[in-house]
Design a protein around this ligand. Structure first.
Ligand code: SF4
Ligand code: SF4
Length: 73
């Protein structure tokens, strides 16, 4: 199974998710305001970070625009 981190058109590229991921979790996201979020590699740790989809991860907590979707299939 693979995990996917995606953003939708609601994203305003504010960088809050990047900061949250880097300061509290796996440093998976990078970029800065108006040029983000980017993924560091093709193997997202997000299914671990959200405790197998039982918790809201920090990136989604801080996103004011409901722009982040994490899936696993
Ligand atoms: S916090 Fe949300 S709106 Fe801001 S860059 Fe991340 S996904 Fe986009
Ligand atoms: S789910 Fe966790 S590891 Fe994945 S982008 Fe969000 S904060 Fe980073």
């Amino acid at each position: 199974m693979d995990t996917y981190f995606m953003t939708n058109s609601n994203c305003v590229h504010c960088g809050r998710c990047v900061k949250a991921c880097n300061e509290t979790r796996y440093k998976f996201l990078y970029g800065h305001r108006d040029d983000c979020p980017h993924e560091r590699h093709d193997n997202p740790p997000c299914h671990i970070c959200n405790d197998r989809f039982s918790k809201v991860p920090p990136c989604q907590e801080v996103c004011h625009y409901n722009a982040i979707r994490i899936t696993r299939s």
